[in-house]
Ligand binder design. Structure first.
Ligand code: HEM
Length: 242
């Protein structure tokens, strides 16, 4: 592998670490839905009201990491395709080519998912009525704040959206399991001795992320169809009837 490709592999691994960390923190934050309206609303309010340089600095940093990760992946896949294998390397190259193609596919679908997700819950352009969901529950000073709890409940009451999210979480799980183990490989941790344990950790991480994110749409749908009753329903403070 030439030096420029090696540098690209490092860039992918480093931006990958940031994204792996973000996904874990975001999942842990979201799980506060299971604690209740007050917990998730107070958490979302605190995040939204971080000092502007910190909030916008981290958003920009995250965006740069996503873009660098995606563009570098695209360049590496292209280089991979152009490199002509020697006869005895054909099998290995074929396997590596298939893995990077699959990563390219799940990665591109993740990019599309992130665009949809931002339009859905952050910019709220798909359902602008989410902007009208206000409550004082979780507010630090009793003033009205955005009711993120009701928005998530309303968002996942649409069957097709919940199914779409769970499918995307499965693709994310597959992308992460392979991505984290190739990150260990690039950073030189995946020695003969550690390979099995690190691959298991990457596999477990992927499934933890799948379960942690999917549990919310799954519970909302289960409650909608009367199978469970563990989520608070929308209170009188919510302007949209759930
Ligand atoms: C069931 C799964 C998920 C739920 C319920 C969820 C929930 C949310 C909510 C409610 C927001 C907006 C917070 C607010 O405006 O106060 C948000 C923002 C965001 N989510 Fe998710 N999310 C999920 C999965 C994901 C995944 C898998 C990713 C990345 C791969 C992701 C990336 C983001 C990003 C980048 C933002 C914008 C953060 C910002 O405002 O700076 N989310 N999510």
């Amino acid at each position: 592998m030439n030096q420029s490709s090696l540098l690209k592999k490092y860039l992918m691994a480093l931006t990958g670490i940031v994204l792996v960390g973000f996904v874990l923190v975001h999942m842990a934050g979201n799980l506060q839905v299971l604690i209740g309206r007050e917990a998730i609303n107070a958490y979302a309010y605190a995040l939204q009201n971080l000092p502007a340089p910190i909030l916008w600095g981290s958003r920009l940093f995250l965006l740069v990491c996503v873009l660098v990760h995606a563009v570098t992946a695209y360049q590496l896949i292209k280089e991979n395709r152009m490199a002509r294998p020697r006869a005895n390397e054909i099998e290995v190259t074929k396997r590596a080519g298939w893995a990077s193609l699959r990563m390219g596919l799940t990665g591109s679908l993740m990019l599309a998912f992130i665009v949809f997700h931002l339009l859905h819950f952050t910019i709220r352009a798909i359902f602008p009525e989410y902007n009208d969901m206000k409550t004082t529950v979780g507010s630090p000073d009793g003033s009205e704040i955005h009711d993120v709890y009701s928005m998530i409940l309303a968002g996942f009451q649409v069957d097709a959206i919940s199914i779409f999210y769970v499918i995307c979480m499965f693709l994310l799980c597959r992308h992460l399991a392979h991505g984290v183990s190739s990150m260990f490989q690039t950073l030189g941790f995946r020695s003969e001795r550690w390979r099995g344990k690190l691959d298991l950790a990457a596999f477990a991480y992927g499934w933890i992320i799948f379960a942690g994110f999917s549990i919310i749409p799954v519970l909302v749908i289960a409650q909608k169809y009367g199978l469970v009753n563990c989520l608070e329903t929308c209170g009188s403070s919510c302007s949209v009837n759930l």
